[in-house]
Design a protein around this ligand. Structure first.
Ligand SMILES: [Zn+2]
Length: 66
């Protein structure tokens, strides 16, 4: 099983996903910075948008497979 980062679509260590992370180490660090900015500004929907696009692409890939 391969773990794909929801932010940059790069493969990352599956062990990291087992820990509950959906991003590679790099994006995880970037998100940690966003988290700080979110607490200050309260507006950063980029992460949710990335997750939504990832789900949509999986469904598209399945329909193409058939
Ligand atoms: Zn990434």
């Amino acid at each position: 099983m391969v773990a794909i980062c929801v932010e940059c679509w790069e493969e990352y260590n599956p062990k990291r996903r087992e820990l509950g992370y959906r991003t590679c180490l790099e994006c995880g660090a970037a998100n940690a910075r966003l988290e700080k900015a979110r607490k200050a500004k309260c507006s950063a929907p980029a992460y949710n948008k990335g997750a939504y696009q990832y789900v949509g692409s999986v469904q598209a890939a399945r329909s193409v497979g058939r």
